[in-house]
Design a protein around this ligand. Sequence first.
Ligand code: NDP
Length: 394
Amino acid sequence: MRRLSVFGATGSIGVNTLDLIARDGAARGWRVVALTGGRNVALLARQARSLGAELAVTAHAEAYAELKAALAGSGVEAAAGPAALLEAAERPADWVMSAIVGAAGLAPGFRALAQGGTLALANKESLVTAGPLLLAEARRHGATILPVDSEHSAIFQALAGEDIAAVERIVITASGGPFRCWPKERLAAATVAEAVAHPNWAMGRRISIDSATLFNKALELIETREYFGVAPERIEVVVHPQSVVHALVGFADGALMAHLGAPDMRHAIGYALNWPRRRPLPVARLDLVALGQLTFEAPDPERFPALRLAREVMATGGLAGAAFNAAKEVALDAFIDGGLGFPAMAEVVEAALDRLSAGAGLTIAPSGLDDVLEMDHLARATAAAIIRERRQRE
Ligand code: NDP
């Protein structure tokens, strides 16, 4: 019997994962161990009931009573709070989906690796903030990390049976987001609703806004570097508005292997669920003639500075990824709350990195998760201070 847990079950990736589990789970003898969520306790309870999970955990301690009441009579155990999330990660499971959004997803995924099973990694922040630690922990316990980000799943698939030493370049694609054609002057007035309206993918709110700034692609650039161990100068980003080609791998002989598919995360999730086999998935099949054309263009570094910042972060190494992600999360929160304009997000992140690079610590290789979390706190405080100073000046 295969045992599965889903962290971030109530989110966009989580819901898609449970959709696939619900379709196949009974026939294939799967057992759902733990499901976790955040504020959406009602959905979490419904999911846990319908899949007969052993345990449901909300990240918020104060939501325990609500969850317990919603699960009354179901036989599903309820738990709440960050410590309960870590305990859920210790429940024996063969396959764990890591789909909590943000740096909050790092510790539970890290803890799950100790079981030596498979970690399906949607939480890109884990690799950005603590890539070398995460990969070392997986090696230590004989665990497998499978990428779930569509670009990284695409690269992983293009590399199947290939020698990584023969890889000349990796190209990841970006849709360009909703503001791809907006002039620079207009970006200052971009609203949250406009930023969330991704042209091709239906995703959570935070990653949708990160797609509009290209911070999502910036995180993915670092994620590619960390997961595949390819030098930063060999990784390219191209804007591909149709979001049909997810990534390409170029080999020493000049061949370029592309992965194409409809923009539906159930492909990458299903690949990680069924790996190393391929099984039928309920995703649309591409009609190439109807598509007509696939186009590619260079990203504009002036309107979207996030990619340049990611390259600087990779050059710095050490804890720069943790600082970058934390500052980005704070700037994103401020944009969502209406306290920061759209272009100011990148300005805040850049200013925070500048300020942090003046002190010690950014270049130090972390020796454990505590170092990463310490830098995360410091970068959050730094970014928050920069935002306060900006407001005072305005
Ligand atoms: P969502 O915002 O839709 O969902 C996030 C999940 O995390 C929800 O279950 C949420 O609970 C939970 N959560 C939020 N904050 C916390 C916290 N502090 N502690 C514990 N749990 C928390 O995100 P997505 O599903 O879009 O993204 C999840 C991850 O996958 C991200 O790292 C994202 O970058 C990555 N990813 C997403 C893709 C997509 O298509 N959506 C594509 C590729 C990668 P609740 O909603 O109940 O509050």
